[in-house]
Design a protein around this ligand. Structure first.
Ligand code: XIL
Length: 368
């Protein structure tokens, strides 16, 4: 190699190694909000995945292991091994933990709702809800920062307030207030949240405002609301989302973006009701390698979202991405099983995508 050329490459090498590493997301947005990520079991995370979580994020939400099907698969049989392992991992690495979730229509074993061959009575169901919440929340007292006490309790139908899940049908609308009160008893120091999808849209926004006001009027403590934000490329209601953030903030509760992802593969179902499924077709299985122009549009739309979150920094307490990288997203299996999706900030090889760079760049813009 000619000496001039060799010199050039050496210089390039020196410049590269001297150029500072980009800051972790949690530092870049430290003045705006906490950055969080969902995770599966500790055993399923490689050393590289664990290191990336610890480097980039401040808060973890176990995506499955606090749900009732994991914590109490049969009445009185509690299984905490996986949740314990995640909480220990978080504690030894300086991460806060969000407990997800206590009362939900999914991943809740059938025994909760049965009394032998008959449906459980309201009293029995409330006793089970209380026992469950006391056992789970009580075990992690002081170690879990906050709980998604109730998940997805609002109805999607325009003329219906609450989702008619088994809790609502068998206890009444009151199950929500009861669940919050039980959680408050079990760990008075933990924050208590109501989490749902679609609350960026006006009809679900109005229901959530009503719910928060009703709880507050009854003296039931609610510290925050989660807007899940399972969003689809080119269909993000940016303005409505910002209006929802501001409206929830005006109620005096924290606002959290709890399950952010940005689906690249078209789907028919809106929101994230995991009980709904779609059959595979020629166009809904995704691509092994994502088309670069879609990744670029995704980057721009992620950046637009983070501009909103920063502008609303006084309201937004945390932004959690729903899993670490594209290979771990539930959108590879929902609403169509076995698709290949690319909804997150890191790709399957843990490399930052254009969306990651775009989001990080927003942190250095002036707040608009
Ligand atoms: C998903 C998890 O990511 C999956 O691993 C699990 O198999 C099903 O649930 N809304 C929620 C989350 O509140 O709990 C769901 O998480 C995604 C939709």
């Amino acid at each position: 190699m000619r000496p001039v050329l060799l010199g050039f490459f050496l210089l390039l090498g020196v410049m590269r190694s001297a150029s500072p590493e980009p800051p972790p997301l949690k530092e870049a947005f430290a003045r705006d909000f906490d950055m969080g990520v969902a995770c599966a079991s500790l055993a399923s995370l490689s050393p590289e995945e664990r290191a990336l979580i610890v480097r980039e994020f401040k808060v973890i939400t176990p995506g499955s292991h606090f749900k009732p099907d994991h914590t109490q698969p049969a009445e009185g049989r509690f299984t905490f091994e996986q949740a314990d392992a995640l909480v220990d991992f978080a504690q030894s690495n300086g991460l806060a933990v969000v407990g997800h979730t206590l009362a939900w229509h999914n991943q809740t074993p059938a025994w909760f709702f049965a009394d032998g061959p008959n449906p459980a009575s309201r009293e029995l169901l409330l006793k089970r809800l209380r026992d469950h919440i006391h056992a789970v929340v009580g075990r992690y007292r002081g170690r879990v920062k906050g709980w998604d006490v109730v998940n997805e309790g609002l109805s999607d139908k325009s003329d219906e307030y609450l989702r008619p899940n088994k809790w609502q049908q068998m206890v009444g609308d009151d199950y929500i207030a009861q669940a919050f009160a039980f959680a408050q008893e079990a760990d008075p120091g933990a924050e208590l949240y109501f989490n749902d999808y679609g609350t960026e849209y006006p009809h679900k926004r109005a229901k959530l405002i009503r719910l928060v006001k009703e709880l507050q009027a009854r003296g039931i403590r609610i510290d925050g609301v989660g807007i899940q934000c399972h969003l689809q490329l080119d269909r993000i209601p940016f303005e409505e989302l910002e209006q929802s953030i501001a409206a929830f903030h005006a109620l005096g509760v924290k606002v959290m973006i709890t399950e952010l992802d940005l689906d690249l593969v078209e789907r028919l179902v809106w929101g994230a009701d995991t009980t709904q499924h779609e059959e595979p077709t020629a166009t809904n299985l995704g691509w092994k390698v994502a088309p670069p122009e879609l990744l670029q549009r995704q980057a721009e739309q992620y950046a637009q979202l983070f501009r909103i979150f920063r502008r609303q920094h006084a309201a937004v307490d945390r932004v959690t991405i729903w899993h670490l990288h594209d290979g771990k997203s539930f959108l590879n299996n929902w609403p169509v099983k076995g698709r290949t999706n690319h909804p997150l900030l890191f790709d399957r090889h843990l490399q930052p995508k254009p969306a990651f760079d775009a989001v990080l760049a927003v942190a250095s813009e002036p707040r608009s």
